[in-house]
Design a protein around this ligand. Structure first.
Ligand code: 6PG
Length: 240
């Protein structure tokens, strides 16, 4: 695991935009495109804003970047509490990226389960060579973490933690806001070429310390402890 430490999320956002630009350019050079899943929550906002500012706005090959979402709240697409709406406001309005490269989790379906299935189809169209029982490897999955150790919308003690598909619907009454969610599953996240965790604050540092002390015990309490990607794992931690 690689560790990066920062004083503030703004400092982290500035530095990590450079890292993402590097990952994007390498992936485009080697494989012709860069596939990235974005996180919701507050912590990544400064990072998204930085990606949409010079020099990264110009340096990142947006035409070859494909953006996905690691999770989404079951809200209308334009609801400001939705993860897509947050990224639209902090990043997408500032860059020139083809609309067909933006693969949001669509919530205009009769049920979250139907939305999860539809997103698996979107992933399948973008990773056409992946057979049944296999998982696509995204170049980068960006994750935050809750104080309870949840990642994406994989909450402690939920059935979604055992899901073997690519995307699953989740009902979790303690979620904030308390609506259903769609989330990428653990096996899909763990297939990534790189997972970048971005967390801030004392409480989250304590959760990370507990994971480091006893990873096996932590895996029973904290979904974050079960993120062990085949590729790089980078943990970026800010004091506040
Ligand atoms: C979401 C998420 C979620 C988030 C954590 C941390 O939709 O809420 O993607 O997993 O990353 O809850 O959120 P904060 O950064 O706001 O603490």
């Amino acid at each position: 695991m690689e560790r990066r430490e920062y004083r503030t999320v703004e400092e982290a956002g500035c530095d990590l935009a450079g890292l993402i630009s590097e990952l994007a350019r390498t992936a485009v050079r080697d494989r012709g495109r860069f596939t990235m899943a974005l996180a919701g929550g507050n912590t990544p906002r400064p990072l998204y804003r930085n990606l949409g500012l010079p020099p990264w706005r110009e340096k990142i090959p947006w035409d070859q970047c494909h953006l996905f979402w690691g999770d989404e709240r079951w809200l209308p697409a334009d609801d400001p509490a939705g993860n897509y709406a947050m990224v639209r406001q902090t990043l997408l309005n500032s860059i020139r990226i083809p609309e067909q490269n933006i693969h949001r989790m669509v919530t205009e379906y009769p049920s979250p389960a139907a939305g999860a299935k539809a997103y698996e189809e979107i992933l399948g169209q973008n990773f056409p060579d992946i057979g049944p029982g296999e998982y696509p490897a995204l170049d980068l999955i960006l994750l935050g973490m809750g104080n309870d150790g949840h990642v994406a919308s994989l909450f402690p003690g939920t059935e979604a933690l055992a899901a073997r598909g690519w995307v699953v619907a989740v009902q979790y009454p303690l979620a904030d806001p308390p609506v259903a969610r769609l989330t990428m599953t653990l096996p899909l996240i763990n297939q990534a070429r790189c997972v970048l965790f971005l967390v801030a604050g004392e409480k989250k540092k304590e959760v990370l310390a507990a994971i480091d002390r006893d990873p096996a015990a932590a895996a029973r309490s904290y979904p974050a402890a079960r993120v062990r990607p085949r590729g790089r794992l980078i943990r970026a931690v800010a004091d506040s």
